[in-house]
Design a protein around this ligand. Structure first.
Ligand SMILES: C[S@@+](CC[C@H](N)C(=O)[O-])C[C@H]1O[C@@H](n2cnc3c(N)ncnc32)[C@H](O)[C@@H]1O
Length: 250
């Protein structure tokens, strides 16, 4: 077992070293970019923020919440997930499926970080976001794309098997990953269309071309990298592995 662990760690290291030979845009992690660069400029003093699917890992730390004097509402389908969030991160929690939830137009910001790939009917989730936002409010989204190879694999493999594989290869994912995924309409083109249909304006987008799922086996990672480079060349941002969007309610 220790030998297999050492081999996996070595492959991950080689894959990461290889990535450094590629242009920077191919190794900027989308989720980290969302947390550190994309979302922070949208925070403002005294805002009302809804973190949808924030669960036990809300976007805002108690420190940020305090610094900006924010009121944070956590909305999640699972009350246990909300209860496991660090103390002081939510001012109130609402246990609801976002596809049925309707808000009261009182949020300045709605954050959906790694949520929408888990939602069966994303069209309804867009309607919910619109209902939560004040006029002029923004929805900040980070989502993995349905077009990513790992997403296609995720859709093909039985839930129990993929959870076992993921947790065995990457034990750190045990606490935060493994929720059922559907990737319904989770592509940049579909999100732009849905935003338009729901009366939202796309204010900012960013596209990211890295994920770490295949790093455990460098030859596989190399093949995947070749695929990404080719796919990006022909499909542009539709080839992104993950993307961020900021949508404004006029
Ligand atoms: C992968 S976790 C993301 C947690 C956190 N946002 C993050 O980025 O680490 C997905 C979360 O979405 C919640 N979720 C899944 N489907 C949902 C739905 N239909 N409505 C509301 N929350 C949902 C899950 O309970 C879970 O807490």
């Amino acid at each position: 077992m220790t030998f297999i662990r050492t081999l996996i760690d070595w492959n991950v290291k080689v894959s990461r070293t290889f990535d450094r030979t590629l242009p920077e845009k191919y190794h900027i992690d989308g989720n980290r970019y969302f947390c550190e660069h994309f979302a922070p400029p949208y925070l403002g003093l005294g805002m009302s923020v809804y973190d949808v699917g924030g669960g036990k890992q809300p976007y805002l730390t108690p420190d940020l919440k305090h610094r900006f004097q924010l009121t944070v509402t956590g909305v999640d389908i699972d009350q246990n997930e909300l209860n496991r969030a660090p103390a002081g991160t939510y001012d109130r929690t609402i246990c609801a499926d976002i596809t049925y939830f309707r808000g009261q137009a009182e949020a300045d910001l709605v954050i959906c970080q790694a949520l929408l790939e888990h939602v069966k009917h994303v069209d309804n989730a867009f309607a919910a976001m619109v209902s939560m936002l004040k006029p002029g409010g923004r929805a900040l989204i980070f989502v993995p794309s349905r077009n990513a190879l790992y997403a296609r694999l995720n859709l093909l493999l039985p839930q129990a098997l993929k959870k076992r594989l993921l947790h065995a290869i990457y034990p750190k994912t045990r606490s935060a990953q493994g929720f059922p995924s559907y990737y319904d309409h989770c592509t940049p083109r579909d999100f732009r269309r849905l935003a338009n249909q729901h009366g939202l304006t796309v204010e900012q987008e960013s596209f990211h071309y890295i994920s770490s799922y295949f790093q455990f086996c460098f030859p596989l990672y190399l093949l995947w990298r070749l695929w990404i480079l080719g796919f990006h060349a022909v499909a542009d941002e539709q080839a992104a592995e993950t993307f961020c969007m900021a949508l404004v309610k006029p």
